[in-house]
Design a protein. Structure first.
Length: 79
């Protein structure tokens, strides 16, 4: 992974989809939260309740990053 590739996405909402071999029966296929920090080995997300989850890159299939809210969404509080 390139150094600093996630730097501009800190404090943004993300959805981390787990690799198929890391998903078991009854376990969630993804985790959601705010991108808190990252390293060459994995990422740290902050869940809605304030807890932090460390996810190693070996367990990640896909990271979806929610786009920043538009000016209108920020002004009206929608979105």
């Amino acid at each position: 992974m390139d150094d600093g590739i996630l730097e501009e996405y800190l404090d943004r909402l993300v959805r981390v989809h787990f690799a198929p071999d890391r998903i078991g029966a009854g376990l969630p296929a993804y985790a959601e939260g705010k991108l808190f920090d990252y390293s060459p080995l994995g990422i740290l997300i902050e869940e809605k309740d304030g807890s932090l989850d460390y996810i190693p890159f070996s367990a990640v299939r896909l990271v979806q990053i929610k786009p920043k809210a538009s000016l209108w969404e920020r002004l009206t509080g929608s979105g």
